[in-house]
Design a binder for this molecule. Structure first.
Ligand SMILES: [Ca+2]
Length: 469
């Protein structure tokens, strides 16, 4: 069954029973939810399904709170990211899925318009959508050159072609020389565009690495199982001729609009040279460790059962759609436990398992990558990688917001990290969590809303603070 057919079915409350960042395509959330859930083996329905998953014992609803939240800004539509402005520790940019970018002083909540891309972003569906403005990153020399980059879904350039939903667009803007508190909306320069067959799984992780290169996480193109119309026979994520389902690495200083870094991995004849890593489904967020090895941590949203964090290295194959998390996957029977599957991709290279994975039954349906905490206001989480999940969907019901905060302990090993829930003062968040943010001092923020779709005015910027503060 194609995603389009499923989307067209009036009998399936897909947009409330399904969802974000690809969890919408879960077969458990569409065709036979009850059977799918009850068919899950006990080992998979619990919290500890695999050797790569070692939750800590810190996380029970009754535990003392690890963190508290402070509302910094409300009344937004769909905030999904917050990034520190280089050279200006007093301000951050908050970006929303609908294309609005706001300059915010977290200390007092002062917010002013920075850039409005609403007319350039593909029109969003109010009930549920994964398109829109998905990523924002400052050039490493932003304080001197005023350059910043955004990744968004624009109306497709190929309207006459079947299975083209929108054009994934990476663009550069620069500050307005007459008002450096804003970007110049006329300064857009498109760096890269590529087509996306479906409305979901556009990725969105965007950032400059310690090496000065620009990294972009791209989704597999959407639909279900990386096997819908417009997807390659082996899936887009395993097709090195496509940009979908990858982490790309570009040198935006070496040429116009970009150069291929000389040390991008050699991936063979026909491979797109922008590809840094592949076999990803929907790499929604990415960030580097702030010190030490500076490993690249990518959150890859799963299909029907498993959410994952990956340490992404040059030339790595992260398994999708041969595997989901550390588990074999049959896209035609995605809830089945396969005894075995390929351990390498078509190129013979090994598939790399996640450092953290969790089940939909144990936590939630879509992992939201965060940051290693290096701030000072919450000593209890210092050094931990703080991340989130969009929402739990007990009984395939996503109509209530049930986002979670999580934290992992980056270890020396790239094979298994301990992790657990963060207990929030006052109880559950009761919000959908759509993104994490980090200011110039390393303090962390959570971007939320209480509507499933990108509509309304329930969007909030929450700061993580110490309990009792
Ligand atoms: Ca994977």
């Amino acid at each position: 069954m194609t995603d389009n057919r499923r989307l067209a079915s009036p009998a399936v409350p897909l947009l409330l029973g399904a969802v974000l960042l690809g969890a919408a395509c879960s077969p458990a959330a569409s065709n036979a939810p009850s059977a799918a859930q009850t068919d899950l083996p006990a080992a998979s329905a619990g919290a500890l399904p695999s050797a790569t998953t070692r939750p800590t014992a810190t996380a029970r609803a009754t535990a003392p709170p690890d963190v508290a939240i402070r509302t910094v800004l409300g009344g937004l539509v769909a905030p999904i990211g917050l990034v520190a402005i280089p050279g200006d520790d007093a301000h951050v940019l908050v970006f929303e899925q609908n294309g609005l970018i706001t300059r915010l002083a977290p200390a007092d909540g002062t917010a002013t318009p920075f850039l409005d891309l609403r007319e350039r972003v593909v029109p969003l569906r109010a009930d549920y959508d994964e398109r829109g403005l998905l990523g924002l990153a400052f050039h490493p020399d932003f304080a001197a050159n005023g350059r910043l980059f955004v990744y968004y879904g624009a109306p497709t350039r190929k309207a006459a072609v079947a299975a083209q939903d929108h054009s994934n667009t990476l663009s550069e803007f620069h500050l307005d020389p007459s008002d450096p508190t804003r970007a110049d909306p006329a300064s857009e320069r498109v760096i890269l565009q590529f087509e996306q067959p479906q409305f979901n799984h556009s990725g969105g992780g965007l950032g400059f690495g310690p090496d000065g290169m620009l990294y972009l996480g791209t989704g597999d193109g959407g639909g279900q199982g990386d096997a819908s119309e417009g997807h390659s026979a082996q899936g887009n994520a395993q097709d090195l001729a496509k940009l979908n389902g990858k982490v790309l690495r570009l040198d935006v200083d070496g040429a116009t609009p970009y150069a291929i870094p000389a040390d991008n991995p050699p991936l063979g004849k026909g491979a797109r040279p922008e590809i840094y890593a592949y076999g990803l489904r929907n790499p929604w967020r990415l960030a580097w460790e702030p010190s030490g090895e500076r490993r690249l941590i990518v959150s890859d949203v799963g299909y029907g059962r498993f959410e994952e964090l990956d340490i992404v290295v040059s030339g790595g194959n992260y398994g999708w759609r041969i595997r989901e998390g550390a588990h074999c996957l049959d896209v035609d029977a995605p809830l089945a436990d396969l005894a075995s599957c390929a351990t390498t991709g078509a190129d013979g290279k090994p598939l790399i398992d996640p450092v953290v994975e969790y089940t939909h039954r144990s936590v939630g349906v879509a992992v939201v990558g965060g940051y290693v905490y290096e701030g000072s206001s919450v000593p209890a989480i210092r050094g931990r990688y703080v991340f989130a999940d969009f929402s739990a969907d007990p009984n395939n019901d996503l109509s209530l917001p049930r986002g979670s905060l999580l934290a992992a302990d980056p270890g020396a090993s790239d094979t298994a990290w301990t992790w657990g829930r963060l207990a929030v003062a006052g109880g559950p968040l009761n919000r959908y969590v759509t993104g994490m943010g980090q200011d110039g001092a390393g303090e962390l923020y959570v971007l939320t809303r209480t509507t499933l779709g990108p509509t309304g005015t329930t969007g909030e910027v929450l700061e993580l603070v110490a309990p009792g503060s």
